[in-house]
Design a binder for this molecule. Structure first.
Ligand code: PAF
Length: 281
């Protein structure tokens, strides 16, 4: 496996691959890889000639410095996991200086209102930080395909919008959320949960299933009320939001208009912030 930390060096390598006609797939990550990431990497390997994985914990997308400090990191394990899938991938693991040239701050993108609700409301500048780093990474790698999981659905929509707006010649590939057998969506943050908290966290998935089950019979407000009621029975869960929103615009559902809706949830479980979502059609 080739490992690069330097932008010019990876660009030279990728230019050579592209000149030989290689189709490039790209999986941007913040490391602490789990089966969800590995499924993205496998999909990219199966659909491209070469796959680039990046590992970079992006400081500008953290609204909480403690969250950044305690974000799980295990680069040796990550490298071993990627190698266990294929020795043929390219790993890009730049440091902050390489990406931000000493000025760690977000650029300003027009996110077309996709950052107005849910995570955007709760996490300040988070999505400008995500857009900034994804814009930089796509400009470096210039992949044919880039892979993102639907667990971070709002992020996925914001990146789809960014790719269109910035006219990248890259197709964004949506990938299904990978879950543990009890329904918990895989996330690097799950590493911070104790065994019992991980069990309690499955109530978020249960709430989304409840929303799907009742979507045709109850209105969105009633579903939200019942979800709040159900989750308040667990003292370890602090619900941040539950929302039913249009999948395209992410606007909250007011009146059903035959659109594609999703239920979204964010909560602290024993102090660990988790998000999840499920389509309702
Ligand atoms: O989803 C993530 O891991 C990050 O937000 C991303 C897209 C790699 C940007 O830092």
């Amino acid at each position: 496996m080739l490992i690069f930390s330097n932008i010019l060096q990876i660009q030279n390598h990728l230019t050579k691959l592209k000149s030989e006609g290689s189709i490039i797939g790209f999986v941007p990550t913040m490391g602490a890889l789990h089966d969800g990431h590995l499924s993205l990497i496998k999909k990219s390997i199966s659909e491209n000639d070469s796959t680039v994985v990046s590992i970079f914990v992006n400081p500008t997308q953290f609204d909480d410095s403690n969250d950044l400090l305690t974000y799980p990191k295990d680069i040796e394990k990550d490298i071993a996991l990627i190698k266990s899938i294929s020795e043929n991938t390219v790993l890009f693991k730049p440091d902050s200086y390489e990406i931000y040239s000493g000025e760690i701050k977000s650029d300003e993108f027009n996110l077309n209102g996709l950052d107005k609700y849910m995570e955007g409301e709760c996490r300040g500048n988070h999505f400008q930080g995500v857009a900034t780093v994804v814009n930089k990474l796509l400009s470096i790698v210039k992949p044919d395909h880039v892979y993102f999981g639907e667990k971070d659905f709002q992020q996925l929509r914001i990146i789809e919008n960014l790719v269109l707006d910035q006219k990248f010649d890259t197709k964004v590939v949506r990938c299904k959320t990978v879950r543990s057998s009890d329904g918990l969506a895989l996330s690097s943050r799950n590493k911070k949960l104790s065994f019992s908290s991980a069990k309690i966290a499955t109530n978020l998935f249960k709430a989304l299933n409840f929303a799907k089950e009742k979507f045709n019979t109850l209105d969105a407000i009633e579903i939200e009320k019942k979800v709040i009621e159900q989750l308040s029975a667990h003292s370890e869960i602090q619900l941040e939001y539950f929302a039913i929103a249009d999948e395209e615009t992410l606007e909250p559902l007011l009146i059903k208009k035959n659109k594609k809706y999703r239920a979204f949830i964010a909560a602290y479980v024993s102090g660990v912030r988790l998000i999840d979502n499920k389509k309702l059609y």
